[in-house]
Design a protein around this ligand. Sequence first.
Ligand SMILES: C[S@@+](CC[C@H](N)C(=O)[O-])C[C@H]1O[C@@H](n2cnc3c(N)ncnc32)[C@H](O)[C@@H]1O
Length: 285
Amino acid sequence: MTISSSPNRPHLPDQHEITDAFNARAERYVHDRWHQRYADQLVDVTPLRSGDRVLDAGTGTGFAACAIARKVGPTGYVLGVDLSRGMLAQARRIIDAAQLSNIELLEADATDLRDVAASTFDAVVCSAGLLYMPVEKSLSAWHRLLKPNGVVSFSTMTAGSPAPGRIFRECAAKFGLELKDRFAALGTADQCRAALEAAGFERTQVLADRVDFESLDRELAWESNFRAAGSAVRGLRQQQQDDLRQQYLHALEDDVRADPANAARCDVLFAIGHRPPRQDGPESP
Ligand SMILES: C[S@@+](CC[C@H](N)C(=O)[O-])C[C@H]1O[C@@H](n2cnc3c(N)ncnc32)[C@H](O)[C@@H]1O
């Protein structure tokens, strides 16, 4: 796996790898009611007005884009940007089915929209996407794209949440692998606020909430944690990978049996910031 480095998150997957992974997940993702609820809740808490122009960064299958489109109404506009053609194809399907005509989709890097003019949007929303993006670069790029007073919002999980990820890291440690918590960089309200302020946002607000899983799909938990762990885990011999899988599925089973509600618990953060009202100087390119 190719690794790019970021001061906020030391190991970020290469964009081709992100694209391939989401192309492969797209058909299943679009039926995922948990992701739908997670996106809806972020849009609910984002202050949007009728007629707003909104960038949905990492739009995926368009869950947040559809919720935003309804909130800003027919005079508003949503640009949904994603790297994955497979996710965008699913987004197109659900947008057409919902008969929403105020959404455009673009296959591009949402952190590098240099052809889009500064101060284009009233809001930038990033639902469950910043995890895959360089935080500082993304927030700075979106700051440039926002009008003065414009709002940015993103969702993330708290450090250590959810349990299936933590249990995977504990099991991997028994095989000598020290895996980082992918949510640690933005895993607290203070970290979210600091990231927003470092990019020039003010009037920041971070809301702690829960979006619990309806049920735990153990195979899916294995698959997504295995894929997210990347080359470290794929470097294990096949027998070790099989052993890790067995141990993980047993540990998940034990966790669910011990406390089903806690096993499904998912603590999330919704972070919001505003571009200052006045432009302080020339826009960066
Ligand atoms: C977990 S999904 C979230 C999708 C959607 N926002 C939601 O709430 O369901 C993350 C999405 O971010 C996209 N993504 C990751 N990095 C990206 C980037 N640099 N530019 C655009 N999209 C990106 C992935 O392709 C994927 O579709």
